[in-house]
Ligand binder design. Structure first.
Ligand code: ZN
Length: 382
């Protein structure tokens, strides 16, 4: 057994009393959290800085790791999406797999223990199965035309089965409101509800998305015409993208709303009354749209954080993401740390294993430091 005492202990929810000692076994399992006076002084290992649970990256795309630094910054979501579609198959599969392995190892080295990862194919399954990280995979389905519902759903189930066979936790998720029909959303939600599973959607990542779902001319016409997909039949009349699909959110499926860059206060309030949780990826928003969400529109009590992919971020490091939030909002260090520990674990429904320093848990332990309202990673303790 080892007895750890740091300058500060963050247990996933709050900072504990300064004289707290964490008792762990040789596997990193938390045996107890006790007051300092209950432990013989010479047995205590002293740590400079803050000790906290391993981090959760609630939104990533491991499959796009080989696109690192290949897509120009600040070109807007439609141009970004077209660049991803046009370049993602440029490298052969073995090189794509190598890039995924590097990204997985980089996340581990930055103290990440659990990841919510979007996948369109089965390619990442073998890496996730042998990774030191816990992955929940959101199998992402696309199909704006309702006639594609059955085909897209069946294909999605096949990918889902492949992940489940590899013992990787997985569920179905619509890509985005501008790319997935509400019929397909309903079918996925019904399936996820029956499986007791969480889902995810890219929400209001650009202003054009709100305009498109009002039925007005937007940059999405360029996306669909470039892809030779006719959309003249599509006549939405929603007030906003979120209000377009909100009636199709299933109350029994916890829904992760990712990005929320162009979400109004009205929509954020509406979402807060539903079974949803906000996930922010500020570095990706700056990379693609050169903007940040209006954080003052949100109740920042249960939000979590993701890195998005290496196609839209220079690194997969959730501490960099919360530093962006600490610099641009009035959130506290406790709120920031909750986002990348307990809130992230709850969002991915792995809060029985991760996100908390609690006896019986093996959450991974990180040492970090705070200076000038910014957090710095020191090392993984275990
Ligand atoms: Zn994404």
């Amino acid at each position: 057994m080892r007895f750890l005492k740091a300058d500060k202990v963050f247990d996933g929810l709050v900072f504990l009393e300064p004289e707290t000692v964490i008792v762990i076994d040789q596997t990193g399992c938390i045996i107890d959290v006790v007051a300092c006076e209950k432990v013989a002084n010479q047995a205590i290992e002293r740590i400079e800085g803050i000790i906290c649970p391993g981090f959760v990256n609630a939104h990533c795309h491991l499959e796009l790791s080989h696109l690192e630094r290949s897509i120009p910054q600040k070109i807007g979501l439609v141009n970004f999406a077209l660049a991803v579609i046009q370049t993602r198959q440029a490298l052969p599969e073995p090189e794509q797999l190598q890039a995924m392995e590097r990204a997985d190892a980089a996340m581990y080295s930055k103290g990440i223990v659990a990841v919510g990862d979007i996948s369109n194919t089965t390619l990442s399954a073998s890496i996730k199965a042998k990774s030191k990280l816990y992955y929940h995979t959101f199998i992402e389905l696309i199909g704006l035309n309702p006639t594609r519902t059955e085909g897209a759903f069946e294909a999605g189930l096949n990918v889902l089965e492949a992940f489940q066979k590899s013992n990787v936790s997985a569920s179905l998720a619509p890509h985005a409101p501008y790319s997935t029909s509400t019929t397909l959303m309903d079918k996925m939600a019904q399936y996820n509800a029956a499986q007791n599973q969480v889902s995810s959607i890219h929400n209001q990542e650009c202003e054009a998305e709100n305009i498109f779902l009002k039925g007005e001319a937007s940059a999405f016409e360029k996306l669909y015409s470039t892809l030779n997909i006719p959309i003249d039949w599509f006549k939405p009349t929603a007030t906003s993208s979120f209000q377009y699909y909100a009636p199709h959110l299933n109350a029994n499926v916890p829904q992760l709303l990712v990005h929320n860059t162009f979400m109004s206060a009205v929509d954020a309030e509406l979402a807060a009354q539903l079974n949803t949780r906000f996930c922010f990826c500020p570095k990706a928003n700056l990379y693609i749209e050169n903007t940040l969400p209006h954080f003052s529109n949100f109740r920042l009590d249960t939000f979590c954080v993701g890195t998005d992919s290496l196609a839209s971020n220079k690194q997969l490091d959730v501490l960099e993401e919360v530093n962006e939030l600490l610099a641009n909002t009035s959130i506290s260090v406790e709120q920031a740390l909750r986002a990348i520990t307990s809130n992230g674990a709850s969002a991915l429904q792995c809060h029985n294993q991760f996100g908390f320093i609690k006896s019986g848990f093996k959450p991974g332990l990180n040492v970090i430091q705070e200076q000038h309202h910014q957090l710095r990673f020191i090392k993984k303790w275990c």
